[in-house]
Write a protein that binds this ligand. Sequence first.
Ligand SMILES: NC(=O)c1ccc[n+]([C@@H]2O[C@H](COP(=O)([O-])OP(=O)(O)OC[C@H]3O[C@@H](n4cnc5c(N)ncnc54)[C@H](OP(=O)(O)O)[C@@H]3O)[C@@H](O)[C@H]2O)c1
Length: 359
Amino acid sequence: MKLLPTLARGSSGRAEQMRILFVGFGNVGRTVARILTKERARFPGMGALDDLVVAGIVTRRGGSLACPEGIDLLGALESMETIGRFSEDMKGFCGMTGEEASAVLDYDVLVELSTLSIENRGEPASTHIRTALGRGCHAVSANKGPVAFSYRELSEIARITGREFLFETAVMDGAPVFNLCRSCLRGCSISAVDGILNSTTNYILGRMEEGADLPEAVKEAQKIGVAEADPGHDVDGWDASAKVAALANVILGGEITPFDVDRRGIGEVTCSEVREALRSGKRLKLICRAWKDEKGIHGKVGVEEISLDHPFSLVSGGGAVLRIHTDLMGPVIITQENPDLYDTAYGVLGDLIAIRQKA
Ligand SMILES: NC(=O)c1ccc[n+]([C@@H]2O[C@H](COP(=O)([O-])OP(=O)(O)OC[C@H]3O[C@@H](n4cnc5c(N)ncnc54)[C@H](OP(=O)(O)O)[C@@H]3O)[C@@H](O)[C@H]2O)c1
């Protein structure tokens, strides 16, 4: 295993420039780029990342950029915003894939922002991270696939190479779920987590309470950008199952995948069921659960009736909530109200700052 010399230290003892490789430059990547360039003045807390150098950006269909002295991040953002791809006359334009770039470029931190693949069991994102960590680089992932399918293996490589594998964005965007469990609940034993973790289905169920039927509510969610063009991952509960697997693996010490989660989406829920529940003082919610018992670690995603005075009932629109069941602290609840792409981008930036500050 060849380790790259990462985050070399200057005479001040402070690590010099942090070199980043982005794999994926969609909604999240572009919001990160916007915060670091044209909107930088709005976010004074981002100072720790001012000397960040972007060594490369890889996309699937929009071309890639790689340049040892750093690519033009603002130019890359503007090119994507105007023509939907990198312009071929940009410095460093190339056709590198994520596998190639993570294996050959000179970078300190891989930022994995490609699409979640359930069908390919988290690949190729897990390979990008495996390669980066194996070369002695850190990895930050907003993509939940690697955490849901390969957490045990990837965290072991990170341990051996002494690098960080961080993924705060993978569940509840930038809300500090993993940081909370790791850093603020030290000494507590966590036996279970439950909550509402898929904002698209929460929005759809809310619209159904107001009278829309499922196809109509899905269309509206797509129109306002809450649901993707292919909403199947959300409606069928796959996105929620990936989050349950990620939580079970990281927080409960499990080794499960989304395929091990007992999963039922909202595809068969009717408008009259939603309205009937409401009439009897309940709301239908897609509830995610992970728990451990003497038989092992379990995960479940399914529609449940929740009474109106339950804290989960208060989460409407695109919000999310997670309850963490501990021995010493009782249940601790973290909620998130109507997150947007800035919340998601913050999760990535917060992880980068954590790595920067440790260097
Ligand atoms: N959006 C959110 O609010 C949010 C919240 C939490 C977590 N996440 C996760 O963060 C990740 C990024 O989300 P997003 O909204 O930015 O997605 P997106 O807009 O669909 O962008 C995905 C990016 O990844 C690239 N890509 C896909 N497969 C690739 C591959 N095999 N190799 C290299 N590049 C590849 C795409 O390139 P092309 O466009 O050329 O195909 C695109 O640049 C996803 O895993 C998502 O689940 C998103």
